[in-house]
Write a new protein. Structure first.
Lengths: 398, 272
């Protein structure tokens, strides 16, 4: 039985651009943002409508973007730049203020390009490379203060502690609901797929936050009615795949569709546009700096370096998620010129190999020319995982 | 269906279509034809020829596995399997001590690691570009105005390895033309081209590792110059079975057909 609320969410996403137009006509301002450390709660409490800008999968826009950004910029950001150049995306059209963070230095560069060529009002949040140093925390605290000041200036109001606390509460509830829904997709007898949850997460980039929470809670109620248990175990014949690596924004479903069409079951991810930003966010102090530090202390983004392989939080989290979702293999997606993830593919593979978890690296871009080549690799990987499962089952029965 | 214990593997590659018939676990027939524009017809034609060479009819076959890039349209097959798995099975069948496979076909090359049963444990493939493929060598053969089969023997006559820096098909072509214009000996350039490819293949192995015995499969494996360059660059000895290396994928498909049949014990009707 399908989850009916998902249809409502799809419809509401389609209706959202028109709504934004009306809200802006009534004096509301839209903050479009791209990054990993942007404290949405702060913008929300100041009265902005936060919209996470997310385009992808369009090679024509990538080419347009290459007229402004270096061709060594990743295809995702080149497409973002291309989308600003064309100005046809409804969310880009409706954005009053843009917020970027410098988590990935290419992201920072894209912000400069967009500000320079398209005369957009851009605010940038600096992010330290090493999140463990005292100096890094001090730097980020100052950055968060300055970022807040710039937003206050544009909003025409100052941060109100009560409104900020309400925003934190709302966003915490959204994160909690998403985490709970995510468990259902990985379970036996699941009535919701990983892709449906992934789309649900990305619907939250644009929907009104209050309405989004209400729709998530409605989804959860339906799930509880249709699937009375969460039992995350591997079933016979399954090839349980975990996706890691570069961003997979809305509009880019090439790899996901290939995996699922070949019978691979995606059960988890740690992608920037997936569940990972919503995990382990612990806001200890209701202030812009407190929220920002909560963001900083999550699992680090891939653009930040592995500091020590044995203690790296990101690898520890990856291992934990693989174990939690009983994944049998990792498909590591790297976008062309997404250097932070591409350079980490080999060491991630080596680290996972020590735990007996195979990793397949898929290096791709938005053009469709490599579709069949990717299909062959993914199909062979699924065969390999299934074969390993069969071999181990045979060993057990012998 | 007759009582003959016959199985077939059909490998529709980008340049060649191959079929192998296995009877009682032994290779009883095979065929190799040039791939045309209709992969279904190519597969069927190759299968018919392999059956003819084994003195069998299609009705004698208990199970057929299709592989290669043309596997996506193989209605004659009971099942399709990727060429990565099939090359692993084929190499293990021909040389059971195989732990690493270099497969260089018409449009891609692969580094495959296998266990003692011939199961894939890791693999890597070239990304997008034609460097290190049969198509690349075809272009090079055209530059030197020789048949592709002559490239290997010519490479072995080289007195020095001239460095060829480019493995992009287009740039390598212009680089070799420049070297010829400069008066360099074709043999020295050809071995240089082979070394450039081998160095690129070495990059694939940095991702999956290398372990003896090493097996070389695919159409390019017929090229003795490529074999020598790989042995020098990878610093390994490559096993040298007698069978045509271009048939390894089809052999693996036939081996898989037999295994799948024996495991299921109950085979559905073929559709073509």
């Amino acid at each position: 039985m399908a989850i009916k609320t998902l249809d409502i969410i799809r419809r509401r996403v389609e209706e959202r651009p028109e709504e934004l137009k009306k809200e802006r006509a009534n004096g509301k301002k839209v903050l479009g943002w791209i990054g990993y450390h942007i404290p949405e709660e702060v913008a929300y409490s100041l009265g902005f409508i936060p919209i996470r800008i997310s385009v992808g999968g369009d090679s024509k826009l990538v080419e347009v973007g290459a007229r402004y950004a270096s061709s060594k910029t990743c295809v995702f950001l080149r497409e973002i730049v291309g989308a600003f150049a064309e100005n046809t995306d409804p969310y880009i059209q409706e954005t009053d203020v843009l917020a970027f963070d410098a988590t990935c230095l290419q992201n920072f560069r894209a912000a400069e390009v967009i500000e320079y060529f398209f005369k957009r009002d851009v605010v940038v949040l600096g992010v330290p490379r090493n999140v463990y140093w005292e100096e890094a925390i001090e730097y980020f605290t100052q950055e968060a203060k300055e970022f807040t000041r710039l937003l206050e200036e544009r909003a025409g109001v100052s941060v109100d502690k009560k409104k900020l606390a309400e925003a934190v509460d709302l966003f915490n509830k959204i994160r909690a609901a998403l985490k709970e829904i995510y468990q259902y997709q990985a379970s036996k007898g699941n009535v919701i797929s990983w892709l449906e949850v992934y789309d649900l997460i990305q619907a939250g980039y644009v929907l009104d936050k209050q309405e989004y929470l209400q729709l998530l809670q409605q989804t959860l109620a339906e799930l509880k009615e249709q699937q009375s248990y969460i039992d995350i175990e591997q079933e016979a014949g399954e090839a349980r795949i975990f996706i890691s690596g570069s961003v997979i924004p809305r509009g880019d479903r090439k790899l996901i569709n290939i995996i699922t069409s070949l019978g691979g079951r995606i059960v988890g991810d740690d992608i920037w546009t997936g569940i990972i930003p919503y995990l382990d966010l612990n806001i200890k102090e209701i202030s812009p700096e407190g929220i920002a530090l909560g963001y900083l202390n999550r699992t680090p983004h891939g653009a930040l370096p592995y500091l020590e392989l044995k203690t790296d939080k990101r690898l520890k989290k990856l291992h934990g998620l693989l174990d939690e979702y009983k994944a049998q293999g990792v498909i590591y997606h790297t976008l062309r010129y997404c250097d932070p993830y591409t350079f980490k593919a080999k060491e991630t593979k080596d680290v996972l190999a020590q735990s007996g978890i195979p990793l397949l690296e898929i290096h791709t871009e938005y053009a469709g020319s490599d579709y069949e080549a990717i299909r062959t690799r993914v199909e062979a990987f699924v065969e390999m995982i299934r074969n390993q499962t069969i071999e181990s089952e045979e060993e057990v029965s012998a | 269906m007759t009582n003959i214990n016959a199985f077939a593997g059909v490998d529709v590659g980008s340049l060649g279509t191959k079929a192998v018939i296995l009877v009682n676990g032994e290779i009883a027939g095979s065929s190799l034809i040039r791939t045309g524009i209709n992969s279904v017809e190519n597969g069927l034609e190759s299968l018919e020829k392999a059956l003819d060479s084994a003195n069998l009819k299609k009705e004698d076959l208990k199970y057929i596995v299709g592989t290669g890039y043309g596997r996506i349209s193989a209605p004659y097959a009971n099942k399709t399997i990727t060429e990565i798995t099939c090359h692993a099975k084929g190499a293990h069948y021909l040389h059971p001590a195989t732990r690493t496979i270099i497969d260089m076909g018409g449009q891609d090359c692969k580094a495959i690691r296998v266990d003692e049963e011939g199961n894939v444990v890791d693999f890597a493939m070239n990304d997008k570009c034609a460097a290190g493929t049969g198509r690349f060598l075809e272009v090079m053969a055209n530059v030197f105005k020789v048949d592709i089969s002559e490239l290997g023997p010519l490479a072995l006559k080289a007195t020095q390895v001239l460095p060829v820096s480019s493995t992009c098909t287009v740039f390598a072509e212009s680089e070799t033309v420049s070297l010829l214009a400069r008066g360099e000996k074709p043999e020295d350039i050809i071995i240089g081209v082979h070394h450039a490819i081998a160095n690129r293949i070495k990059g694939l192995f940095s991702r999956v590792g290398i372990q003896s015995d090493v097996f070389f499969s695919g159409g390019v494996a017929k090229n003795t110059g490529m074999r020598k360059a790989l042995e020098e660059v990878l610093e390994v000895r490559i096993a040298n079975p007698e069978n045509d290396p271009q048939l390894v994928g089809a052999i693996g498909a036939a081996v898989s057909a037999q295994r799948l049949y024996e495991k299921s014990g109950n085979v559905s009707q073929r559709s073509a």
